[in-house]
Design a protein around this ligand. Structure first.
Ligand code: F6P
Length: 528
């Protein structure tokens, strides 16, 4: 079934939310705590080892009820059904959206065009795990019978951000393999990576759904030439594998058929870390941990599918985000994990969220006159406290934040963890209560909204659940705001113009451009 095409702002419940907003905006967040001593508990919910506290927002039970009315008015539950059952909800590309199938159980049945896709999902999962197990154990050898020590993942966007974020976040669970990520077409990056590696002991994973992305293909070519000249071997088959839905192009590149791991058009790049795109993760943390990651995501899928709004963490997060973005006009949202290994988490969410919901057109094909997805950014705590938190506390813009923290550290240094977590709890409190001071420079107005996600431990399973939580939040925001979240036409124009300008650069000609671009190209030609 296609997704509904209702303009949310024209629904009765949106109008009621607007009236409710006019009233609630007069009360401070702290006022809500003064009138309800149990607010902390009432406005928080639990899922496995994840505790989600949304009490430090300008909401009350009426807000949640009205959002629930909105969900009913737009028939949200039907959209969730369509999403999980493989309806072609990526309408503009006529595709299903089934990253959830990549973490589904072996016994599940999920159909695309009448075919149960779980057979190929399980087959490819098994192929990836068997391969990873062999590389980790050392029974899989590179050229010259060399044991693999280093993995280089070459990909960009969804073919890079997910695997690199998960590997970094779960570095505590590392196998004996080292992993490196090459994404940018800036040749300096791959040069720096390659100079530290031994070709025969290196396994390159070329990850590209299309296998046409210029950055990835250029880097793959550089890696191939480096390998062939340094290993003094023309055969790359033991040291290069490909992850793609374009098997023909992978073979043409020189990768063996048996070393191709599949991707399907029903999984978008930015949601693909759960399948073959996660090969680098599987190699880096091992199959047992990779399975736990999948299990955590799968359990979050079931939570999202079945819980009512009051307990449904992704749905609550989505409604609060729309509340902030579309009613309060808070345009950005910061993600602050209090864990150094999660330093790429906000960059990962930037693509997942902004490539999905950074849209100007409704599902009816009309330009919208309300806000689509918010701007996502962030940095780890406590480092962020010493950079942009000044603006969060005293700036003229209000930035809602998600604070993500872990009750238990991955090391024995309890003292450091206590300091880290004291800061974690103090910041959301300070943002809410502020501080009165007769000196205006030292006055904090407070009343700044935050969500707190407190997780028992940074385990593969909990990380899987956390990432799936945000995926479903993104889906929910898109459905409610009447957007198509699973295409990304906005990235095409720049890519096409870059191809034209590359021809200009190769021919040292600038004349087909506007005068600024022409002048810039001439400056560039003069200085090389
Ligand atoms: O930037 C656009 C995009 O298509 C992303 O959606 C995708 O994740 C990335 O490029 C990489 O694409 P591919 O996996 O086809 O190389």
């Amino acid at each position: 079934m296609p997704l509904n095409q209702k303009n949310p702002t024209l629904t009765d419940s949106w109008k009621k939310l607007k009236e409710h907003f006019n009233l609630i905006t007069k009360q401070s967040i702290e006022d809500h705590f003064k009138t309800n001593k149990n607010r902390g508990k009432e406005f928080s919910t639990n899922f496995n080892e994840i505790h989600f506290d949304y009490s430090k927002n300008k909401i009350n039970s009426e807000t949640i009820n009205l959002f629930n009315e909105l969900l009913m008015e737009i028939n949200f539950s039907e959209s969730v059904k369509s999403y999980f059952e493989g309806d072609k909800i990526n309408d503009t590309e006529s595709r299903s959206v089934l990253h959830t199938a990549l973490r589904a159980k072996e016994t599940d049945e999920i159909f695309v065009d009448g075919v149960n896709i779980m057979h190929e999902v399980i087959q490819s999962r098994k192929k990836m795990m068997d391969f990873s197990d062999k590389v980790i154990s050392g029974s899989y050898k590179g050229v010259d019978d060399a044991k693999i020590t280093d993995i280089v993942n070459i990909g960009i966007g969804g073919s890079d951000l997910g695997p690199s974020m998960v590997c970094e976040s779960l570095s505590h669970y590392k196998t004996r393999l080292n992993v490196h990520f090459v994404n940018n077409v800036d040749g300096d990056q791959i040069h720096e990576v390659l100079k530290r590696l031994t070709p025969t002991r290196t396994l390159f994973i070329i990850v590209s759904k299309t296998f046409t992305t210029i950055e990835t293909i250029t880097n793959a070519q550089v890696a191939k030439e480096w390998f062939q000249s340094n290993a003094k071997k023309s055969d790359i088959s033991k040291n290069f594998v490909g992850v793609s839905s374009n098997a023909k192009a992978v073979k043409e590149f020189g990768i063996n058929h048996s070393n191709i791991f599949p991707m399907w058009d029903w999984v978008g790049g930015r949601f693909s870390l759960w399948g073959s795109v996660g090969l680098a993760i599987n190699l880096f943390i091992g199959s047992k941990n990779f399975n736990d990651l999948l299990m955590g995501a799968n359990e979050m899928d079931n939570h999202f599918k079945s819980e009512p709004i009051s307990k449904n963490i992704p749905l609550l997060a989505a409604c609060i985000s729309i509340w902030h973005n579309n009613f309060f006009d808070y345009e950005t949202h910061a993600i602050i994990p209090y864990n150094q290994n999660m330093k790429s988490f906000s960059a990962y969410l930037q693509q997942a969220s902004m490539e999905s919901n950074g849209k100007q057109t409704s599902r009816n094909g009309e330009f919208i006159d309300y806000q689509s997805g918010s701007i996502i950014w962030g940095q780890v705590g406590t480092n962020a406290q010493h950079s942009f938190f000044q603006l969060l506390h005293q700036g003229t813009k209000i930035i809602p934040c998600d604070f993500i923290g872990f009750s238990n550290p991955m090391n024995n240094n309890i003292k450091s963890h206590q300091i880290l977590m004291a800061n974690f709890f103090a910041q959301t409190k300070a943002l809410m209560i502020g501080k009165k001071d007769s000196n205006a420079h030292k006055h904090f107005k407070g009343d700044r909204p935050t969500n707190t996600i407190l997780i028992k431990k940074l385990s593969p399973k909990n990380l899987g659940s956390l990432v799936a939580l945000y995926e479903h939040k993104i889906f929910s925001v898109g459905v409610i705001l009447n957007l198509f979240s699973f295409d990304q036409f906005g990235v095409e124009l720049g890519k096409n113009l870059a191809n034209d300008i590359l021809k200009d650069i190769e021919q040292k000609s600038s004349i087909k451009n506007d005068s600024s671009t022409e002048n810039l190209l001439n400056k560039f030609f003069d200085s090389i």
